[in-house]
Design a protein around this ligand. Sequence first.
Ligand SMILES: Cc1cc2nc3c(=O)[nH]c(=O)nc-3n(C[C@H](O)[C@H](O)[C@H](O)COP(=O)(O)O)c2cc1C
Length: 149
Amino acid sequence: MKLLYISISGNTRSFVERLAALSEEQHEQDPSLPIFEVKEISENSPFELEEEAFVTFVPTYLEGGNGVDNGDTEILTEVMREYLEYEDNYKNCLGVIGSGNKNFNYQYCLTAKQYSEAFDFPLLADFELRGNDADLKRIYDVLKDLPAN
Ligand SMILES: Cc1cc2nc3c(=O)[nH]c(=O)nc-3n(C[C@H](O)[C@H](O)[C@H](O)COP(=O)(O)O)c2cc1C
């Protein structure tokens, strides 16, 4: 299964790469388990039709405010939204995993929540910053059981 992600400062990239490495280790022990393939979306990415099911990872960058009655405008990650809109790619997205920083309170992982609402796919999980080993295991367990595998 493919994991599509965007990462501005490297935290999400680090997390999905560790997740892919974990999936390979688990697959070696039990070949019935899926291998995750990662694909980074950035300003320079060619837009492509995603023909198979995938999961989206998006960190949160908002334009200030409290995320409730102001400051809910996505910045820096919009290319992921455009990629999901392209050729209706979002229809093959099984869900979104958000990342952020809990210091942002109401705005924590708000972009992933907005994607879930706008595209009508589930918010599967969230993690802070680079994620720890417990986050890795928890999110691996969510992904390995998805129907795409
Ligand atoms: C300018 C800026 C704005 C941010 N805004 C939010 C926010 O509104 N909510 C949130 O949960 N995290 C926010 N963060 C934290 C990032 O989402 C967090 O550092 C994340 O791990 C970055 O992922 P990346 O390194 O893959 O880009 C913000 C970080 C920066 C630098």
